[in-house]
Design a protein around this ligand. Structure first.
Ligand code: G3I
Length: 378
């Protein structure tokens, strides 16, 4: 068969499958109940969360607000609780948007997650000037006590330490490691446990489905546990691609972290459909590349065949999540809709990616339908 002919037939088959999927799932969705949402379909399994940008907290887009209130029952602030925003000067804190974020969660009876207390990236510049261990320990204490103290009993879980590991599983040379050594990890969790004893405390990182990094993470957590540190859960960020990580590695990751007695969370889920430059994976925000159209092929819209493949990839991953729902307490998407996704600017700025379940008009995609029908197949 000539290649052209093969691709034409393949396209027709995929489109037919797409239409069949869309009509059967959408119809099923409507038949069941007009008001079915992600949050209530999965409510017996795990929280379904989303990350909110400042624009969502201030309610700039009514359709996005409606999605947030109806589809999700957990929220994480995408940026506004990061050090540079919430604690920009040694003695200055900015609680305006964080207060609104927490109030929004409370008004909608949501599970509220704080992100993030100790992270090498997006710190305020003055933090990078701290040179010794005692000074950094004092600043960390002020930071954690002030922020967690303000939201004590109101924010239910905190990403206490974020992205402390290199890809080979060793500890990242962050300003915290440089000044305090490995002890900064325990110090952060101990301060957090004292600041709000009822809050859940998490370690959160990307690429934890990669064996070397996962092994390093397990070793780090085992040490913390052996030292009597309170750590309740691990956040597997879940910045995924169409072909990686494999389902096998995701499953191993869930099993291995569960074996530590931790709650497992997928905390920043998105699936990029775009090509990656030089095989880059992960979420290191320091990496950016220049790109042309080859790297940005869907500027005019997502082809049906890719929309169907994305739905299948999401369904495959969520089938695993359902299999381990005893161990998984939360699945949070990293954004509300495709227009909001950070992936439009990473690792190449200004691309058009389609990572989430809702499109740029806040309408449900095939991927949304593919998850809504999953439990009926159980
Ligand atoms: O708000 C400014 C805007 O005023 C300015 O015009 C624009 C110009 O670039 O920048 C805007 O700020 C950007 C901000 O996102 C809000 O959109 C920053 O440049 C950009 O660096 C920042 O990126 C965030 C990134 O973390 C770095 O903090 C992404 O939104 C956010 O999704 C991403 O989230 C991280 C998690 O916290 C940790 N895990 C990895 C994940 C993805 O990198």
């Amino acid at each position: 068969m000539r290649p052209n002919c093969f691709f034409t037939i393949l396209t027709i088959v995929l489109l037919a499958y797409s239409c069949e999927q869309q009509s059967s799932s959408s119809a099923g969705f409507k038949d069941d109940t007009e008001t079915a949402t992600l949050a209530n379909v999965f409510e017996d399994n795990f929280y379904i969360g989303t990350a909110l940008g400042a624009q969502h907290i201030t309610g700039e887009n009514a359709k996005a607000t409606e999605l947030i209130q109806t589809q999700f029952n957990a929220i994480t602030p995408e940026n506004i609780m990061k050090w540079m925003h919430i604690h920009p000067g040694r003695d200055s804190f900015n609680f305006d948007l964080p207060d609104q974020f927490v109030a929004l969660g409370e008004a909608n009876d949501m599970h509220i997650v704080g992100h993030t207390l100790v992270w090498h990236s997006q710190t305020a510049p003055w933090v990078n000037d701290i040179a010794d261990s005692a000074a950094m320990a004092a600043v960390m204490e002020q930071h954690i006590n002030t922020i967690m103290g303000r939201y004590k009993g109101r924010v239910h879980g905190w990403d206490v330490v974020n992205e402390a590991l290199n890809e080979d599983g060793s500890l990242r040379e962050s300003i915290f490691l440089k000044t305090m050594g490995e002890a900064y990890l325990k110090r952060a969790f101990d301060l957090a446990a004292a600041a709000d004893p009822d809050a859940e405390l998490y370690y959160n990182d990307y690429n934890l489905c990669e064996p070397a990094k996962r092994a390093g993470c397990i070793e780090m957590i085992k040490k913390l546990q052996a030292d009597g540190t309170k750590i309740d859960g691990v956040g597997i960020q879940g910045h995924f691609y169409m072909n990686t990580p494999s389902l096998e590695e995701i499953e191993k990751t869930i099993r291995e972290f569960s074996a530590l007695g931790l709650k497992v969370m997928f905390t920043e889920v998105d699936i990029s459909v775009l090509p990656t430059p030089w095989g880059l994976r992960g979420a290191d925000v320091n990496q950016n590349f220049e790109g042309g159209n080859i790297m940005d092929p869907y500027q005019e819209g997502l082809p049906d065949s890719v929309a169907v493949s994305l739905g299948k990839r999401y369904a495959d991953i969520f089938r695993l999540f359902l299999k381990y729902d005893e161990n998984i307490s939360r699945v949070t998407f990293w954004g509300v809709d495709d227009g909001h996704s950070w992936k439009n600017n990473f690792p190449i700025r200004g691309r058009t990616d389609y990572t989430l379940l809702f499109d740029r008009n806040q309408e449900p995609k095939v991927a949304f339908d593919s998850l809504m029908v999953l439990k009926r197949a159980e």
